[in-house]
Design a protein around this ligand. Sequence first.
Ligand code: NAI
Length: 327
Amino acid sequence: TKSPVTVTVTGAAGQIGYALLFRIASGALLGPDTPVKLNMLEIPQGVKAAEGTAMELNDCAFPLLQEINIFDDPNQAFEGANVGLLVGARPRTKGMERADLLAANGGIFGPQGKAINDHAADDIRVLVVGNPANTNALIAASAAPDVPASRFTAMMRLDHNRAIAQLAEKVGAPVADIKKMAVWGNHSADQYPDVSYATVAGKPAADLVDAAWLDEYFVPTVAKRGAAIIEARGASSAASAANAAIDHVYNWVNGTPEGDWVTAGVASDGSYGVPEGLVFGFPCTSNGGEWEIVQGLEISDATRAGIERNIKALEEERDAVRELGVL
Ligand code: NAI
């Protein structure tokens, strides 16, 4: 066995937290040889519920789970953290303006970024799940000047997994046959799910589906899946979101499979014309430590338009938080 890894989960008493913590503790996040110390961060009103979840975690007698601590102070929660899963966020409530939403989340992700900067371990890797995830990751990264921006990522993996599931269903293939899916941009309805490079059992996916299905069904179904889940379930996606968070960190730490890639929201280095610093969904590989944006892909007109739409949306969010003085 390896030495224990400290994982900090914010919003630990929320519905994603409840779907996530047990899988972290079971070894799904880091692998079956890595013991885990869990730090749960909540707001004071959430601490009691987090304590209840901790009781259940204890009752699972997970062999890999070495410690559980509950905090309402980010400085304590991120002390020595190797992995940070930033799930807790301020949801948009009825009548709330975008500026208010961005300001409220700036008040969460700014201080958490600073706490990570000052207290986390040198190898800290952060995944922001709480929405607006891409911009929240940007806010946290800019509050952490001593941590490389590449360590702050946003969750695009649920969109990626949703896109794989839709394509698999359409062509009648097992999901395991589908490689090289990509979802460009923002975790929002602007995102551009893209089968341009995808293969199904080695055959180009673009040869198996027609353009009308892609434009009229695939793209909007993937992009609006969150709303469809709320409509059906009466609550937002939680288990699938937790699963995507597990997938993202597992691949980041343990690498992506040979001959495939995944989608991750990472700080742009200017690839594909995306302004440097924007946290953007790109096809990425990991060597088991750092994400690398897949280079050299040919970009069709439709993909270009999708990328541009997302640049615009994310620049607007970035400019709005700058104006609010959050960035
Ligand atoms: P939830 O409302 O059930 O739980 C959120 C928890 O965060 C609550 O327990 C709350 O007390 C806590 N919290 C709020 N502010 C906090 C702070 N400053 N520090 C620590 N904890 C804090 O929400 P749920 O369903 O678990 O979703 C969490 C977030 O994930 C939401 O922002 C949601 O929009 C987002 N999400 C993102 C997805 C993605 O693909 N990127 C997919 C699904 C959800």
